[in-house]
Ligand binder design. Sequence first.
Ligand code: EPZ
Length: 418
Amino acid sequence: MDAFRIIGGNKLQGTVTISGAKNAALPIMVATLLTSGKSVLRNVPNLRDVATMSKMLRLLGAQVTFEKNVLTVDTSKVNKWEAPYELVKTMRASVYVLGPLLARFGQARVSLPGGCAWGPRPVDLHIKGMQKLGAEVDVEHGYIVARAKRLKGAHIYFDISSVGATGNIMMAATLARGTTRIENAAREPDIVALAFFLRKMGARIEGEGTDTIEIEGVDNLSPQEEEIIPDRIEAGTFMGAAAITGGEVILENCIPEHVNAFTEKLRESGVQIEEGENSMRVKTSRGLQPVHVTTAPYPGFPTDLQAQMMSLLSIAEGTSVITETIFTDRFNHAPELQRLGADITVDENVAVITGVEKLSGAPVMATDIRASAALVLAGLVAEGETTISRVYHIDRGYERIEEKLSSLGANIERMREA
Ligand code: EPZ
């Protein structure tokens, strides 16, 4: 397993290009299952999760090629409908295949991700949504087993905003008979991008980006070409890297509006941010000020930037509070940041961060995609050497992060561990 070695202290300077959005690319890759033929997706980021999803599609019988960020999916020979445990356990987003397989083939057997249907990181909203659309769904031996002659439109209310469940139901509903109305739908740009792609395929969808989405089922869809939107979470991560090192960085190929909540919090903390059409200039000239953060569904402060914000606030000039409202257990990065000298106390879903003069480098361990990004940010400013093990977590969601950071002046290298 590879590791990163970082020597902290360099102020980042220069320009970085943001890659395509992982969380838009993954559902759009799966949406190609709704039709037979060859779709072409551009600006697809070269990530472990994209490779895993490509493997998933090949397992179902699709032909997938990926070359220089262009991904082609030919679904004309799809003849299986099972998403096996060994794949789903490595990437929860595999559960996206449930809706399209049910809609196109009337059957699907999809492993539960880690936990159970109703346990930590549940998929109960996906299951209830498919049942509402008329599918028979059982959960047996760790698998979701679903069948439906033809899905029929329904009125679905999600009692919590779920990106995955919204995307899954929206895809299934495109081929259902009649109209589906999703209330309390997720508003994330990834969902808007998925709706745009489905509409290009011939789906009839209205309301994406609001909390009510209406889908009029059609009989079939057609393969399409699409350009994946920039990754707002990668953009936020690089904004954080500029801010924590006291540097000046220009982000290119990003959509400032998609990171509004994060930008406002950074400005509140004293970071100067200029927004262009599809670029951002981030500059810090003095110490970061403490702020209070509460994560929320889009357009609120993104949970996927919570860990990175904790790293920044660990060297702010005062005490900050972070409240995580989306996931119950998303502070795994806190004990690792404490090893770097951060002063953080966690009580259930609230973390109190008392800024310290400086962090000091140490060996730490990555635990998930965004926690590992937070450790990289902390390593960039910690005194001395920080080594981060298990960076396969970061490779799941960031394209060549160490090369991009090095090009901005960071002292970071990848150590290939045996
Ligand atoms: C998506 O995950 C993202 N992943 C996550 O990003 C992101 O953190 C999350 O949305 C929230 O924004 C992808 O898009 C591939 P949810 P998802 O369903 O869809 C609960 C990253 O780092 N819930 O919006 O799995 C759930 O437990 C990843 O790129 C149910 O209770 O998240 C959570 O508390 C990490 N039942 C809340 O809803 C369900 O059936 C939001 O989860 C589904 C979810």
